[in-house]
Design a protein around this ligand. Structure first.
Ligand code: KG4
Ligand code: ZN
Length: 318
């Protein structure tokens, strides 16, 4: 294998992150986030996130290479998140990556950051990647099931038509005046015995596209109706009911596609992949392989970008 010094860059949302792989080995990652500032606003404000990237990307990149004694001209590849994400945020990362690649005469590798999430479960683990797999990405902006035939043959089987799972949890939490992002707290307080509120009439069907705007609106109406009447309600009953409905839907659709594709491997990624109930429900499916990311790789970070870039670089001899 050729010698390589790979820089990963991730700026799709509120994390500004850079990572370094040398000769296909993880060396270091530095991540800083505007989450603390964003939490005062109940969600990510694109302009704040963009300016945060702009003010920090060059500093953490310099820190990364200085700390690891890398000379800028040793860089062989610059892998960066080209899509999807907030346009201003992606723009900052793209300009930085293109300039760096140009100055160092290195190869530029633009990637879809959701593919980084798909393979994030393999980072730091000594397990072989075997295909095909059903890839499941659940985050604040995306809920997608993929058929993964190889590192770069990835087909969408189902994706949300409106809200993503994380977005539903965060919006319900916001209406309850919980801190952004509410997903982790909803997970922590989840009680299956309290998931008793019937917010939607019919269960979702496994073959239909994901659509969570109905359940989100029903939950927000439930909160508003109680507030208007000054009526008490159990917040954990509500959040547990919402979490159970959306996660059960994801799991049922994963089961459906496993059967359709006669596949017995699943890899999970994205911020919501940290969810304990989701992990537990997936672990109950009879599979050859269930690949779950270490918690530090569930959210957005540049390690998964550099890692996926490295897989591409090696498989396509870039
Ligand atoms: O992947 P990510 O960091 O950002 C993108 O959306 O791309 O995902 C963030 C999302 C938020 O909606 C957050 O509430 C959710 O992941 N999240 C969780 C948990 N940890 C983070 N949702 C449910 N359970 C968790 N433990
Ligand atoms: Zn993401």
């Amino acid at each position: 294998m050729k010698k390589n010094v790979i820089i990963g860059i991730e700026t799709s949302c509120d994390e500004t992150s850079v990572a370094l792989y040398v000769n296909n080995k993880f060396i270091s990652e530095i991540t800083t986030s505007s989450m603390q500032i964003q939490s005062n606003f109940g969600g990510v404000v694109p302009e704040i996130a963009t300016r945060y990237h702009q003010n920090n990307i060059h500093k953490i990149f310099k820190e990364l290479i200085d700390k690891n004694n890398i000379k800028i001209n040793e860089i062989t590849h610059v892998v960066y998140t080209a899509c999807p994400g907030l346009p201003g945020c992606l723009h900052v990362g793209t300009c930085f990556a293109l300039t760096l690649a140009e100055l160092t005469n290195s190869k530029i590798v633009p990637i879809n950051h959701l593919y980084g999430h798909i393979f994030s479960g393999f980072i730091d683990k000594d397990i072989e990647i075997e295909f095909p797999m059903i890839g499941v990405v659940v985050s604040g902006g995306h809920t997608t099931i993929y058929y993964v035939k190889s590192v770069d043959e990835i087909e969408i089987l189902n994706e949300t038509q409106d809200d993503a799972v994380g977005e539903v949890l965060d919006k319900v939490g916001r209406s309850l005046d919980w801190k952004y992002p509410a997903g982790p707290l909803i997970d922590k307080l989840f009680d299956p015995n309290k998931a008793v509120i019937k917010l939607v009439k019919n269960n979702f069907s496994p073959q239909s596209p994901f659509s969570f705007s109905g359940i989100k609106t029903a939950a927000l109406n439930y909160i508003n109706n109680h507030k208007q009447k000054n009526a008490q309600f159990d917040e954990i009953e509500l959040t547990s009911s919402v979490q159970k409905i959306v996660i059960d839907d994801v799991v049922n659709k994963v089961k459906y596609w496993l059967k359709q594709k006669q596949c017995d491997r699943v890899c999970l990624g994205g911020g919501v992949s940290a969810n304990k109930y989701l992990r537990y429900e997936l672990s109950k499916i009879k599979l050859k392989q269930l690949v779950l990311p270490n918690l530090k790789y569930t959210g957005d970070q540049a390690t998964m970008i550099a890692y996926y870039g490295m897989l591409l670089i090696n498989s396509k001899n870039l």
